[in-house]
Design a binder for this molecule. Structure first.
Ligand SMILES: Nc1ncnc2c1ncn2[C@@H]1O[C@H](COP(=O)(O)OP(=O)(O)OP(=O)(O)O)[C@@H](O)[C@H]1O
Ligand SMILES: [Mg+2]
Length: 426
């Protein structure tokens, strides 16, 4: 195929506008060898064709035409967004500098006098088409670049938010571990003092018993005897003897609970969040449940259905984070009263932890978007929409996956499947 006559479909389209049939036929016949040619004999029909589907790549426009002249046509073309960028070459018998100046000032890309050499016309059309191609390419590139900048901005924003979130969690972990450590000391000495105190009290009661025996055997003389009897009756010694051991036992139980909370905090925060270790997921689940029980206990009944599972290699505090996100989501899905079920099990080389609720469930059209960063259906300030996306990243780091099953109005189940062995680093 001749390089000057490219494939019919790829040929640029030229719109030829002239009221003289002879001009249309001379230029038209010549240009048809190189381009697809549309013709119009007046301004109105030219504008119609310029706005049509087969929009021209360039317009060759006569100036002097009855009705609407070339300048008016050009002004109309420039006024509309759809046609503003089509290059227009005036081709006219008006050989005057002033006219040429006017045409160019209106936005024409070139101004050619009639009669003209057809090869010169062809070359000037070719130049303008090349320029247009370059302009279109630039505009396209600009749009691509702008989209890329926007994409990167979003990506950066996401990384920033995730960083902030994990820094926040690390800070909370450190704080929790620090507080736990500080609480441990006083708890330790109060506990030890309670033990000593109960020994001392036993001794004191021995002494009191001796007094009571002496009283009973009439070995104490008056008036000390009556005073002592009155005092014993007033202070209800028998009641004290019964109640003091109960008080001590309650205090010890209270301390044991404080110790439990401190241990949960420590287990949950797990000071070294980047250390892989063999860990018991039930322990992590229990400490997480204890940490967030305040959020759940008033409107959720927690049902645990643990089965025996092996320890797995994992980053325990990060997995606790996942359990926490899933449990909080389950709690938030329950409007008035409901049940949150925590199940565990294992199959093949995996263990799974399932957190289910009988709350509002998830709309089918939302299922595919749940793990998208910032996807949330919660009111502003209540959810950032990062919980599940961060959880999925953590689980993926463990070589695992999260499966979702939900029925609107009936509840949801999120199952975290994790390999028992440590995954090979990617
Ligand atoms: N158990 C569930 N029941 C119903 N909808 C849920 C449940 N878990 C998650 N979703 C839906 O998935 C969305 C995304 O959850 P995700 O945990 O990522 O963000 P969030 O809870 O909205 O906010 P954040 O966790 O950042 O505070 C929620 O807004 C909610 O619509
Ligand atoms: Mg959440």
């Amino acid at each position: 195929m001749d390089s000057a006559t490219p494939d019919q479909n790829q040929r640029p389209t030229i719109l030829l506008v002239d009221d003289e049939p002879i001009n249309l036929s001379v230029f038209g016949e010549f240009l048809t060898r190189y381009y697809q040619v549309l013709v119009a004999t007046g301004g109105q029909s030219a504008l119609k064709l310029a706005n049509s589907k087969a929009k021209p790549d360039l317009i060759l426009l006569d100036v002097m035409m009855p009705g609407m002249d070339g300048y008016q046509v050009l002004a109309e073309l420039k006024a509309q967004a759809d046609t503003r960028d089509i290059p227009v070459i005036f081709i006219t018998a008006l050989t005057s500098d002033l006219e040429e100046e006017r045409g160019l000032a209106l936005g024409a890309v070139d101004y050619i006098y009639k009669p003209c050499h057809l090869s010169i016309l062809l070359a000037r059309i070719g130049t303008q088409l090349e320029l247009k191609k370059a302009r279109d390419w630039l505009r396209n590139q600009n749009a691509v670049l702008e989209a890329e900048v926007e994409r990167r901005q979003k990506e950066n924003q996401l990384v920033q938010m995730q960083l902030l979130q994990s820094e926040k969690l690390a800070a909370i972990g450190q704080l929790a571990a620090g507080i736990a450590h500080e609480i441990n000391n006083p708890v330790g000495f109060v506990n030890s003092n309670l033990n000593t105190l109960s020994g001392y009290l036993a001794d004191l009661f021995c002494v009191m018993d001796a007094y009571a025996a002496a009283l009973a055997a009439n070995q104490i003389a008056e008036p000390a005897r009556s005073e002592l009897q009155a005092l014993l009756a007033k202070k209800q010694l028998a009641y004290l003897r019964e109640d003091i051991p109960d008080l001590l036992a309650e205090s010890r139980e209270g301390l044991a609970r404080v110790r439990g909370i401190v241990q949960d905090l420590k287990d949950f925060a797990h000071s070294d969040s980047d250390t892989w270790e063999l860990s018991d997921l039930h322990k992590g689940l229990d400490s997480t449940l204890n940490i967030i029980c305040n959020e759940l206990k008033y409107h959720c009944k927690i049902v645990k259905e643990y089965t025996e599972i092996p320890q797995i290699y994992c980053l325990p505090s990060q997995l606790n984070q996942v359990f926490m996100n899933l449990l909080v989501n389950a709690g938030q899905a329950i409007e008035t009263q409901g049940v949150v079920t925590v199940r565990t099990g294992c199959q093949a080389n995996e263990v799974w932890v399932e957190i289910g609720d009988n709350g509002r469930g998830i709309a089918p059209e939302h299922i595919s978007r749940l793990f998208e960063p910032f996807f949330t259906t919660k009111p502003v300030g209540k959810g950032t929409g990062l919980g599940l996306s961060i959880s999925r990243n953590i689980v993926a780091k463990h070589g695992g996956r999260i499966e979702v099953d939900s029925e609107p109005g009936r509840g949801s189940r999120f199952r975290v499947c994790l390999p028992i062995a440590r995954p090979q680093p990617a």
